[in-house]
Design a protein around this ligand. Structure first.
Ligand code: PLP
Length: 400
């Protein structure tokens, strides 16, 4: 039933294909031994020294609100960390700690977008950017990316979509769900485009420490004259397996960060003190835990790709993050990615998400998260092969 309230809610929060996720979760609930490659939530534990720092902080009284921007030592440590990885030079008051990177997206949208302003987003791409923009009554301009270019966003693709109302350009590097990394030369061209058209760039670099092979992330804000027009969004959820701590950050010029801290304060007053102290340990402690996780994902990535090759299913080269974006259409079964996911779950007890959740209008792709150990991934790939075989048997039977 649509009431004025539900209509208002539907306008404010477009739950992109939420119905499908709910249906899949319902199916999964009635099944045993489901291998979950759906959510982007690492199965790996937060490293022990980070947990310990959180416990000690609680014992020492980190149970209060903090400065709305976050505790100063954490902001300083983040600024050092950004510099150490080739990013821009930030002062501590150019960093704002948020309750998760995701909340940062909403803070940016509410702070910077007026009704009718245009925000350019890569498509497919992490969808809360769109939801945040829609809540501000901004216009979302989607740049379609395709497998032909491994879903890489290029300046050439963006430029025709720029208008008088364009205000923000979102770059997600590495991208979720496609796992593609924007090559450094392309980042440079995109930066030039942003300067030419006076755009603010939101650079989501939350997966930047998780790249594979020769792929590396060039931080946009480090390029000449870009710091003043870039807000870098990042956090601890992915590289430090800290999703449940709900902590992320925005880095940008003072004149943007300061007003946004008012919005952050209005939303949350501050980020949980305990999480800030744990994040401080993540920033200042040993970094080999990140490299270990990266290698773990790399091994999982190989296992998924090997399984897909055996099935004969195409996919985008996973260059970063922890997702493989696979092409259901390449199987030639004449089914949508949504139908594939539902049957794979019901029959094969493997859960993955259709790309439609991330704005893929072809309904040809599925996102597989590398959030299970290699032995479970191998079983998932065997189950997937069997389900593909049963789709093929159905198609043969229908043809008789
Ligand atoms: N950015 C991207 C590209 C993501 O995939 C996610 C989460 O999946 C986030 C930001 C938000 O992460 P969090 O709110 O846990 O920091």
């Amino acid at each position: 039933m649509t009431t004025p309230n539900t209509a208002r809610l539907a306008k404010r929060v477009k739950l992109s294909d939420g119905a499908l996720i709910t249906r899949m979760l319902d199916i999964a609930e009635g099944l045993e031994d489901v291998i979950k490659l759906g959510r982007g939530d690492p199965d790996l534990d937060t490293p022990a020294h980070i947990i310990k720092a959180g416990q000690e902080a609680l014992a020492n009284g980190a149970t209060h609100y903090t400065h709305p921007l976050g505790i100063a030592p954490l902001r300083e440590a983040i600024a050092d960390n950004i510099r150490a990885y080739g990013g821009a030079d930030y002062a501590a008051d150019e960093i704002m700690i948020t309750p998760g990177g995701q909340q940062g997206m909403f803070i940016i949208a509410l702070s910077l977008l007026d009704p009718g302003d245009e925000i350019i987003v890569p498509c497919p791409g992490y969808n809360p950017y769109q939801q945040a923009a829609e809540m501000s009554d901004a216009v979302v301009v989607k740049i379609p990316m395709t497998l032909a270019t491994n879903f890489t966003l290029t300046a050439e693709m963006i430029e025709p979509h720029i208008t008088e109302r364009s205000k923000i350009l979102v770059l997600i590097n590495p991208n979720n769900p496609t796992g593609s990394v924007t090559p450094p030369d392309e980042v440079r061209k995109i930066a030039e485009l942003a300067k030419k058209h006076d755009l603010i760039v939101i650079s989501d670099e939350i997966y930047s420490r998780l790249t594979f092979g020769n792929n590396t992330v060039l931080p946009v804000a480090s390029l000449p004259d870009m710091k003043e027009r870039t807000i870098t969004l990042s956090g601890f959820s992915k590289a430090y397996a800290m999703t449940g701590w709900r902590i992320g950050y925005l880095a940008g010029p003072r004149d943007l960060i300061m007003p946004m801290s008012e919005v952050n304060h209005a939303f949350a007053i501050s980020t949980a003190a305990v999480s800030q102290h744990a994040a401080l340990a993540a920033m200042t402690g040993p970094q080999d835990c990140v490299e270990e996780m990266r290698q773990t994902y790399d091994a999982r990535r190989r296992a998924i790709c090997k399984g897909l090759d055996a099935i004969g299913m195409g996919y985008a080269e996973p260059q970063g993050a922890f997702y493989v974006y696979a092409n259901v259409a390449s199987l030639g079964l004449g089914i949508t990615a949504g139908a594939f996911c539902e049957r794979l779950l019901a029959e094969g007890r493997v859960m993955m998400y259709p790309g439609t959740i991330y704005g893929d209008h072809t309904d040809d792709f599925v996102r597989m998260s590398m959030t299970q150990p290699v032995d479970r991934i191998e079983i998932a790939m065997q189950r997937m092969a069997q389900v593909v075989e049963s789709f093929r048997a159905d198609a043969r039977a229908a043809a008789i």
